[in-house]
Design a protein around this ligand. Structure first.
Ligand code: GLU
Length: 482
């Protein structure tokens, strides 16, 4: 980038639905660019489509951005409030001759489109209103006849160096004289966006590559309005695992859904960052600060990004282990309380023990739910035995019971209840019996937790404490001997 001015970027969502994954990804890349290069990141709510825009959706956008920590600079811009400027810009284009009034009615245009189709020709507006004498135009306007304003596309080619796609060129002959102001004097998207981007002094326009075909029209508008061009960057689309455009069929696509599932915002950001960008090498897991540090437009990719929910879950697991316990605790505690494992007071009372437990459990967890599921055996009197765990590790109930009884004795005789002593006891038992240590650990794991997945057996015994551990084995024996 040769531009050394302070970059200004914006995220410009239309508030016509929730904040979806694609929008959040676009917001993140704009944000990263601004933060990396010491620029500004602005938020513009494109609420010109009054019929489809809702306050609820605007709120969902704010909430999603705040949850992710994508803070914006300056006041939020509401596009609808800029209507007078959009109209004034259209007026300027009329005055300079870059645009003209078109009185053709929708019905007439439709008729001509059908005729063109019958001749197997591509329909393009034939500019007939551009040839109307000035006096006739004035007379029809004075008579109150409705008209739209069309931009007169000049000859030549419109091209730009895209930050992602490099050089992109559109022959102007393929672009018809597009409408910029409707007959109700409201602006069409391309005019509103250019007018606002100029007014907001945006220097980098980064958005989804579904907008590539709008860009030549916007460039023509910038030129006609005498404004300097921003740099354009078109981010790749996001596809599901089946290679089709991401939709609800592929799972939750609303950022808010992930927030309510208890996903970590840092994991969501990290996952989003990899949808169309790579820091290079095999690097995947990053904190937000690392993302800022590593971000560069060179790492932006052209090919469609693939949204893999499994990867998001994996990423969440990585971040669960990465964040501080102080950060993790308030995210897990409400779920522990909701699951009725403990009250807030109990957790405060045993805070040190509780934090140690979280530290132990997070290693094998991908979600907060995983942590809660694994935490249950440390809090509850009775546990449930996962049928899969029973089938696998208590295959022969009588044999398992015998072994568990011996295990219980070995544990009960262990004087100091710490990991090295417990390890010595259990390994000693395995040796005496001439079996592998795993053969002792697995049935014990099921007895203690009812689960197949758990932290290391010694740490777990320490965390559970002598009384609860032995009580658990007694209960397992009762179940096995039933
Ligand atoms: N409101 C448009 C959208 O959501 C903005 C596109 C742009 O960034 O120019 O797709």
């Amino acid at each position: 980038m040769t531009d050394t001015t302070r970059p200004r970027l914006r995220f410009a969502p239309s508030p016509t639905g929730y904040l979806h994954v694609g929008g959040a990804r676009t917001a993140l890349f704009n944000w990263l660019y601004a933060r990396k290069y010491g620029g500004d990141f602005l938020l513009r709510i494109e609420d010109t489509d009054k019929a489809r825009s809702t306050d609820e959706s605007t709120r969902a956008i704010f909430e999603g951005m705040l949850w992710l920590g994508l803070d914006w600079d300056e006041e939020v811009v509401y596009q609808g409030a800029n209507l007078p400027r959009h109209q004034a810009d259209a007026e300027r284009l009329l005055e300079s001759g870059a645009a003209y009034r078109c009185f053709c009615t929708p019905a007439e245009l439709e008729e001509r489109r059908r005729e063109a189709e019958a001749r197997r020709e591509a329909f393009k507006y034939d500019r007939r209103c551009d040839r109307l004498p000035r006096a006739e135009v004035d007379r029809r306007v004075a008579a109150g006849e409705p008209y739209v304003v069309r931009f007169r596309v000049p000859e030549g080619t419109t091209e730009w160096d895209d930050l992602v796609h490099e050089r992109i060129a559109f022959p102007n002959k393929d672009i018809e004289d597009f409408v910029i102001l409707r007959s109700d004097h409201t602006p069409i998207y391309n005019l509103a966006v250019v007018s606002d981007d100029i007014a907001m002094r945006i220097t980098v326009v980064m958005r989804g590559d579904d907008h590539i075909s709008n860009t030549p029209k916007q460039i023509l508008l910038y030129r006609a309005l005498g404004a300097p061009l921003p740099t354009f960057a078109h981010l790749p689309m996001i596809h599901g695992l089946d290679g089709k455009k991401l939709s609800k069929r592929h799972g939750a696509t609303a950022v808010g859904d992930y927030q309510h599932y208890g996903l970590l915002p840092s994991a969501m950001l990290n996952f989003l960052a990899l949808l169309g960008w790579s820091p290079g090498g095999d690097r995947e897991v990053m904190t937000l600060n690392e993302m800022i540090e590593l971000f560069s437009p060179e790492g932006l990719q052209k090919k469609a990004a693939i949204f893999d929910p499994k990867k998001l879950e994996w990423m969440n697991g990585q971040h669960l282990s990465m964040i501080s316990l102080e950060e993790l605790e308030p995210r897990v505690t409400p779920a522990i309380i909701t699951a009725r494992l403990a009250t807030e007071e109990e957790l405060v009372e045993r805070r040190e023990w509780y934090l140690r437990l979280l530290d132990l459990l997070r290693v094998r967890s991908r979600t907060i739910d995983d942590i809660v599921r694994q935490a249950a055996p440390y809090f509850l009197e009775d546990i449930e035995y996962d049928p899969a765990a029973v089938a696998k590790n208590w295959k022969d109930p009588a044999e398992s019971a015998d072994l568990l009884r011996e295990t219980r004795d070995a544990l009960a005789r262990t004087e100091v209840w710490d990991a090295p002593a417990l390890e010595a006891s259990l390994r000693g038992l395995a040796e005496r019996k001439g079996i592998t240590a795993g053969k002792v650990f697995q049935p014990l794991r099921v007895a203690l937790t009812g689960l197949t997945v758990s932290p290391g057996i010694f740490e777990m015994l320490v965390q559970m404490g002598r009384d609860l551990s032995l009580k658990r084995i007694d209960k397992a024996l009762a179940v096995l001997e039933r």
